[in-house]
Ligand binder design. Structure first.
Ligand code: ASP
Length: 362
């Protein structure tokens, strides 16, 4: 049966603890931010919204849980957190106001994977992806088929659209075009939920990226990973991003390392980001160098004018995360910025938020 045992109280306690740690960690440069000393394992790396999640994953691995399961346990925190509007419950919906979730898991020990895409009404899609990996001889289930599979495995259905995410969606819909029937409500911008969103993400783009990827390396160098997301905000119904696609949003190989990405999904799909990073690590690159080289490929593959700025650089951000089986970690982003950070936790240490290496600065 699926594990629904993470309560709101657990979530608040875990988040408060890691927020305190992050506050003392402070900002750091791309290279100098990397933790010094021995590559202690177990270790977990994730996108910046996974500060609590990496700690959970490391604690689980230290207690003997396999890395892929530990990764799924870690990402259950943001999946359940209504304040993370890019993952799971409270995630921003598609253009019709329906929350559709994508998630995948991969086990580097057995080279098995499981994934779900455009899954509605299930709070923990990563757990469903794990069930696909374990309970079928297939890899990816989508839409209604994924929901029916989840039901068969005892997952509970619930409304994932919080009031805050509904209001943000409505604000986007009413302001997206002057040519349709939806009029902006002048009072809406003062709504505390809209203000909360604008303060966090700004008003310019209004389609924030997020997602959590988590790669985990166990005490003996075993690897597993997971990526889970509500996907691109206000997407076309049925659109599937990079997150549940093996080789794109995540990939790991037992003898080499593990990787994943967040940000502009289509760019990551075209360059098969996570697989590229693992392949580069196989050729001898350290995790951070592998992420940077994979992003250089993304830059080369960004040919369409509407995706490029006046200097030919990709307009959207993409972040890649990697660890190798020795326990070394690294991450890189196309663009430097407040959100170009990653979370790392090693056994015996508290989780840290570090700066990604970056190709471009605005
Ligand atoms: N990569 C995700 C997607 O394209 C979005 C994100 O990371 O924010 O669906």
């Amino acid at each position: 049966m699926p594990d629904h045992s993470i309560t709101r109280r657990d979530l608040i306690a875990a988040t408060a603890k890691v927020a305190a740690v992050a506050a003392v960690a402070g900002p750091a440069g791309a290279q100098s931010a990397k933790p010094a000393g021995a590559l202690v394992r177990p270790v977990a790396i994730s996108s910046m919204n996974g500060l609590a999640a990496v700690k959970v994953a490391v604690d689980k691995m230290a207690a003997g849980v396999p890395p892929v399961e530990a990764a799924v346990a870690g990402v259950a925190l943001p999946e359940a957190d209504p304040d993370d509007i890019t993952v799971g419950y409270g995630g921003l919906p598609n253009e019709e106001g329906v929350v559709q979730l994508d998630a995948a898991v991969m086990d580097g020990v057995t080279m098995r994977a499981g994934a779900v895409a455009a899954l509605e009404r299930i709070k923990h899609p990563a757990q469903v992806a794990l069930a696909v990996m374990r309970g079928t001889n297939r890899i990816l289930l989508v839409g209604d088929g994924a929901l029916r599979f989840a039901r068969a495995h005892g997952f509970l259905e619930e409304n994932l659209l919080t009031e805050r995410s509904r209001k943000i969606w409505l604000y986007w819909k009413e302001n997206a075009s002057q040519k349709d029937d939806w009029l902006p409500d002048p009072g809406e911008v003062d709504d505390p939920d809209i203000q909360w969103f604008i303060k966090k993400y700004g008003d310019a783009i209004f389609r924030p990226t997020g997602t959590i990827h988590l790669s985990a390396c166990g005490p003996a160098g075993q690897l597993g990973c997971c990526t889970t997301t509500s996907g691109l905000a206000f997407k076309i119904p049925g659109r599937v991003g990079d997150s549940p696609l093996i080789g794109c949003g995540l990939y790991c190989e037992g003898e080499v390392g593990s990787s994943g990405g967040t940000g502009h999904g289509e760019s990551n799909i075209i360059s098969v980001g996570a697989h590229t990073v693992v392949e580069l690590m196989r050729q001898g690159k350290a995790p951070e160098a592998a992420c940077l080289a994979a992003l250089e490929r993304v830059v080369r593959n960004t040919k369409l004018d509407y995706l490029r700025d006046e200097k030919g650089r990709p307009k959207n951000n993409l972040l890649l995360y990697a660890l190798n089986r020795a326990g070394d970690v690294g991450s890189a982003a196309l663009w430097a910025g407040e959100r170009s950070k990653y979370a790392v936790c090693r056994a015996g240490s508290e989780p840290q938020l570090l700066e990604c290496a970056c190709l471009f600065k605005r």
